[in-house]
Design a protein around this ligand. Sequence first.
Ligand code: MTE
Length: 319
Amino acid sequence: MNIIRRRGWELPERAATPEHLFFNRRAFLAATGATLVAPGLASAEGAADTSDPSAHLYPAKRNEKYVLDRAITDEAINTTYNNFYEFGSAKTISRAAQALKLRPWTVKIDGMVAKPFEIGLDDLLAKMPLEERLYRHRCVEAWSMAIPWSGFPLAKLVELAQPLGSAKYLRMETFLDRAMAPGQRAVWYPWPYVEGLTIAEATNELAFLVTGAYGKPVSKSQGAPLRLAVPWKYGFKSIKSIVRFNFTDQRPNTFWEALQASEYGFWANVNPQVPHPRWSQATEELIGTGERRPTLLFNGYADYVANLYQGLEGERLWA
Ligand code: MTE
């Protein structure tokens, strides 16, 4: 496996910085071929999919507990500047991602649970309390966004799954469909995309399963129809388009760790003082604004999650 191969997020920091030159709004719309639209309306990629059977569930009521220290990122930017390697390794996969077929969408819950089962996405949604949360999102590439996600606490899914006491980890898996997702034909990646959390992390109140964004079903490029948001960790932990939740006593071998363990580990908690081997994590670019800001420990969520790591100081918690 040749991991020297160029991936978008292996650019040195100085090479990634000039994005704001590109992401002034006018240049951005011209570059993506989007037509100018009235304020509040999104590009074609971000527009509501009226055929989505869950469309009536949005907008969900905002939970005011989760506040931002910055403006929400423009929807048109958030839905067209993505990492979704199933559809290619460039940031501009949003058009390719329109090939993602959202129904039927079945989620498998198995492993160390009282009784393994499968459930259709709309049946799952009917059981879950949907809400909107404003979350920061910090990519390991030193850029960030702020997003109004809709969805439900991952803890609610764990409760539904009834894990056995012996389960220590939750392993999550993205779909595998080489015909639909051309990126999955690239044989040097360990498909399907896998991520994992400890059960304590998965049941922390911040761990959120995203089904919507910007007041409607989440866009395909953002990982429809079911995607994780764990905002205190680098973005690669937030796995997209999930089809399987597996409870296990083995630490999952995650996608990026399998590819390059020296750079991407299991824990991947945000820490500005621990640089990536090839670039600093001290600051981040707020995509779409040109602004750089200091990065915060746990991406600003230490009050919620720092206690999860007490006693784990010997682990490689930060990368
Ligand atoms: N999930 C899958 N299945 N495939 C991916 O390539 N990329 C990850 C994460 N989840 C990825 C994924 C990375 S590196 C990041 S930064 C975020 O998704 C990007 O989410 P966004 O496109 O909504 O910003």
